[in-house]
Write a protein that binds this ligand. Structure first.
Ligand code: PRP
Length: 216
């Protein structure tokens, strides 16, 4: 049995194609992608659909490239939630730019909203004189981004700005100047497109609110 890949640009699904050329185009199947229906009662409602995300990221990519073309741009992702945004944003950019990653953890209380952060994985890149664009999935209280931004600004970057797919204005504890925002959303527990609950649901292709019975 051979295997092939559908050619649709937004969603690729691996499929079994009996006896087919491995590079041939198959009839598309939606069977193996995690979508809202797969979450059943764990999902309260979809807030932002996969298609809305795709379109908004394409708009953000154009705006970003308009601001940074010709500059020494470095995209800095914050693990783990930003992996989806980073991979889609990079591929939507009209030109090429390097990326790097940080991993951080809240220090002391164990709550991410403490705003006291320690670095688990630092950048591989010297950002002196570079234009750094921090890539995030969500700005919630703003404490994490506030700390990361200050940390990166202290390294003599030419500039440090932020792009986030989601922002919760009602949850803000500190004001963070976010240059590029995909969607402002209500102060609810959201999962999907990189966002997790206990490491689950990151691969949901939409962003949705988690039903309270999951976390209460
Ligand atoms: C999320 C998100 C931000 C942070 C935002 O990360 O990716 O980094 O929380 O919250 P804040 O605005 O209240 O500081 P999380 O700690 O959930 O880790 P993860 O990215 O590995 O899921």
């Amino acid at each position: 049995m051979g295997e092939c890949w559908s050619q649709r640009p937004v969603r690729l699904n691996r499929q079994a194609c009996n006896g087919a050329d491995p590079l041939a185009t198959c009839t598309e199947s939606q069977g193996d992608a995690v979508d809202a229906a797969d979450m059943g009662a764990d999902l309260e409602r979809v807030l932002v659909t996969e298609e809305e995300i795709r379109l908004r990221i394409a708009e953000l990519a154009v705006d970003i490239w308009g601001d940074y073309e010709g500059k020494d741009l470095l995209l800095v992702g914050v693990l783990k939630g930003a992996v989806m945004v980073m991979s889609d944003l990079m591929r939507a950019l009209p030109g090429t730019a390097p990326m790097d990653w940080m991993a951080i953890s809240s220090y002391g209380s164990g709550t991410k909203s403490s705003g006291v952060v320690r670095i688990l994985k630092d950048l591989d890149t010297d950002i002196t004189d570079k234009h750094v664009l921090i890539v995030e999935d969500i700005v919630d209280s703003g404490l994490t981004l506030s700390w990361i931004r200050a940390n990166l600004e202290s390294r003599s970057a030419a500039s440090v700005e932020i792009v986030t797919l989601l922002r919760k204005p009602e949850a803000a504890k500190v004001e963070v100047d976010v240059k590029y925002v995909g969607f402002d959303i209500p102060n609810e527990f959201v999962v999907g497109y990189g966002l997790d609950y206990a490491e689950k649901y990151r691969n949901l292709r939409d962003v949705g609110t988690l039903a309270p019975h999951v976390y209460t």
